[in-house]
Design a binder for this molecule. Structure first.
Ligand code: GTP
Ligand code: MG
Length: 300
């Protein structure tokens, strides 16, 4: 059996960084499947997302995490609890930074956080495909290296995959010997109904611009396998009645677009036909309501 021979490596590796650094894009690239949603809005990822990469010589269990930010609502405190947990309970931390952004107070906050943890870490300088002025790399690396030592510094592009092969080799090199933690064919421990709800949320982020990125949550309420089709019903929660029409759009055009885009992705994920029905409901102040967060599946 793979994973039990001498010299086999295995371990947990967390992806940590500021919102929008490209953590989820990188996870998907490394795993070779879309299991984490991605958007150009900060705070896209809200929970810990596990991605498993199995090779003949080792197994890497990646933990994608929410972007590091100062928490305001109970939602954000839970998101940051996920980050704190993923900093301490792993074999290796990958700190991902956006090479196209100037460093500021958010980066200093991240740098201080990373400085305090004893876990071995790599610094990944991401988005090098979009970096015109390569002379910016060195000061960026120096900025982060002031805080702590990094076992490796690797420029990558989560978008194109540049640097990904080298990164995986280096990760396996640094992991401890051990047996596989997941079956060889596992990609994630997220249930399909959770990924489906997340894909709906991704499309909301995609079609709604800056109006609503933070106030929606999506839950799969019904999942029924039939011979020809899987019937799925998702509920989109917003915080106030005034936000409902923004999701619906003029004459329902926007929710229709969300449904078309999400269904295409869910069909790709499941490899079968999907009938997707979306509902919009108001749940006032869900972001600051611990019970609502439990019910929405957002755990800290
Ligand atoms: N050009 C370029 N864009 C990238 C790259 N990696 C990520 N992006 C873009 O950056 C944006 C943020 O990507 P995400 O993967 O959602 O970032 P994240 O770090 O997971 O963000 P949060 O979940 O909000 O913390 C998206 O628009 C991505 O398409 C890259 O290597 N090159
Ligand atoms: Mg993310």
């Amino acid at each position: 059996m793979q994973g039990s021979q001498v010299g086999y490596k295995s371990g947990m590796v967390s992806l940590i960084g500021r919102p929008n650094a490209g953590k989820s894009t990188l996870l998907n690239k490394l795993i070779g499947e879309k299991i984490a949603i991605v958007s150009d809005k900060p705070q896209t990822t809200r929970t810990r997302i596990t991605g498993v990469l199995t090779r003949p010589d080792g197994q890497i269990v990646f933990l994608d995490t929410p972007g590091i930010h100062k928490p305001g609502y109970a939602l954000n405190r839970r998101m940051m609890a996920v980050v704190t947990d993923a900093l301490s309970s792993v074999d290796l931390v990958l700190l991902i930074v956006d090479s196209t952004e100037a460093t500021g107070s958010g980066d200093r906050f991240v740098r201080d956080m990373i400085a305090k943890i004893p876990t071995r870490a790599f610094l990944l300088v991401n988005k090098i495909d979009a970096l015109r002025d390569k002379s910016r790399l060195l000061p960026l690396i120096q900025f982060y290296s002031e805080a702590r030592e990094f076992a490796e510094v690797i420029p990558v592009s989560a978008k194109t995959g540049e640097g990904a092969g080298l990164l995986i080799d280096k990760i396996v090199e640094h992991l401890p010997e051990g047996q596989a933690l997941f079956p060889n064919d596992a990609l994630t421990d997220q249930p399909e109904r959770v990924i489906a709800a997340e894909l709906v949320r991704e499309k909301i982020l995609h079609v709604t611009g800056q109006e609503l990125p933070y106030v929606t949550a999506v839950v799969t309420e019904r999942w029924q396998e039939e011979p020809e089709v899987t019937r799925i019903e998702c509920v989109i929660y917003v915080e106030r009645p005034s936000q409902r029409p923004i999701i619906l759009g003029h004459g329902g055009a926007r929710i229709k677009q969300i449904g078309i885009e999400a269904r295409a992705d869910i069909e790709r994920l499941l490899g079968r036909h999907v009938f997707l029905k979306l509902f919009v409901k108001v749940r006032e102040h869900w972001r600051d309501d611990e019970r609502a967060l439990d019910e929405l599946g957002i755990h800290g």
